[in-house]
Design a protein around this ligand. Structure first.
Ligand SMILES: Cc1cc2ncn([C@H]3O[C@H](COP(=O)(O)O)[C@@H](O)[C@H]3O)c2cc1C
Ligand SMILES: O=C(O)c1cccnc1
Length: 350
């Protein structure tokens, strides 16, 4: 089979920019390493952006929405109609991510990949309609190979549009009732874990609800048992928005755009991306550890240390948006702090 676009090489990092940023950091008026992990962020961003003084002014947030056939198994605290209804809320400015995007001065793109309840066309939403949601993965493959490829391409297309606006940081968000079940199932398959280790309350299931969710995932894993590659697992378990995010993260790495990964669902998409194209890993920063219990294991699988740990469990890219001020301030400190020489402050002895 010929090479797929997602297997193509990722951009190289600029080690001399990393070194220049490190050298400057060592001259700033603070004890060496005193800003902890903040001190390590700027050299990493410098290597990724190929400049000693990285910038995060131009921000692109893309929300990918899709429904999940597995919702009919009663695995979410909310009805499936919420997915489509939230699309309107995103573009009308009322959703958490809409408020955050506006405050951050970010572009917000909303992509409808296919919802169960038919929606009136919304001019500010990009409707791709890959189908009325995925199929129930306890009984069938969530989607065809062609649909999975189209969803991945939708993610890539968004990154291409972001690149045209000279985006300096890409945030992917997701909306899809039932997608913590999909993400947990996919992570179980990729990491050979039991559902009990990765499934959690999502939007607010009680203990009995989580136990039922684990049984549903177990049934799906039995139905799909066998050895499958990462793309096959994505087709079998879904969902549209996870596949789009996977495509987006790989495209970011191929185009040289830093991606800031949000919560549990986005991190599972990131894991798919890293499995499909290991070079993607360098281009991913992880914003936070969500309250969803499986998130820590997925982060550990990628050796990822998230910036924040606030007990968030929203999705939409909201946790990534909340981490942006921290990253921006790290860049400002690097730009504006005085060196020991400039401030006439004595440097470390010997
Ligand atoms: C009003 C509302 C807004 C949301 N925004 C994101 N999610 C989040 O919750 C869903 C996943 O949880 P589960 O698997 O339990 O259904 C996803 O849509 C996710 O983005 C929301 C959920 C609701 C109800
Ligand atoms: O961590 C997440 O991404 C998450 C958790 C719960 C519900 N929605 C999203």
């Amino acid at each position: 089979m010929s090479k797929q676009w997602w297997q193509e090489a990722c951009q190289a990092l600029d080690e001399s920019a990393r070194q220049a940023a490190r050298l400057r950091d060592a001259q700033l008026t603070k004890p060496a390493g005193a800003l902890g992990r903040i001190d390590a962020l700027v050299p990493q961003l410098a290597a990724l952006q190929h400049r000693e003084h990285p910038r995060l002014d131009e921000l692109w947030i893309a929300i990918f929405a899709g429904d999940h056939g597995v919702a009919e198994e009663g695995i979410s605290a909310y009805p499936q109609s919420v997915t489509g209804q939230m699309l309107g809320n995103f573009v009308n400015g009322g959703a958490a991510i809409s408020v955050l995007a506006s405050q951050l001065g970010a572009e917000l793109e909303v992509i409808d990949l296919g919802t169960a309840v038919p929606l009136p066309p919304m001019p500010q939403v990009r409707h791709l309609a890959l189908g009325p949601g995925t199929r129930n993965f306890t009984q069938a493959s969530a989607m065809s190979a062609d649909t999975c490829a189209r969803a991945m391409q939708a993610g890539r297309d968004s990154v291409v549009r972001a690149g045209q606006l000279r985006t300096e940081l890409f945030i992917g968000g997701e909306m899809g009732i039932g997608n913590t079940t999909t993400a947990a199932a996919l992570a179980c398959a990729l990491m050979s874990c039991a559902p009990q280790a990765l499934a959690g309350p999502g939007t607010g299931l009680d203990a009995a609800g989580v136990a039922h969710k684990c049984l549903v995932i177990e049934r799906a894993l039995t139905f799909h048992a066998g050895s499958h590659d990462t793309v096959e697992w994505m087709q079998r378990l879904g969902g549209f928005e996870l596949a789009a995010l996977t495509g987006a993260y790989i495209a970011c790495a191929q185009q040289g755009i830093v991606a800031l990964v949000d919560g549990f669902i986005c991190s599972v998409a990131a894991l798919c991306a890293v499995r499909l194209n290991p070079g993607t890993r360098d281009w991913l920063l992880f914003a936070h550890r969500s309250a969803e219990p499986g998130h820590a294991a997925v982060l550990a699988e990628m050796n990822a240390q998230p910036l924040l740990d606030l007990g968030l469990r929203l999705g939409e890219g909201s946790g990534a948006a909340l981490a942006v001020p921290l990253l921006r301030l790290a860049c400002v400190l690097h730009d504006k702090m005085a060196t020991f020489e400039e401030a006439a402050v004595a440097a470390k002895q010997s």
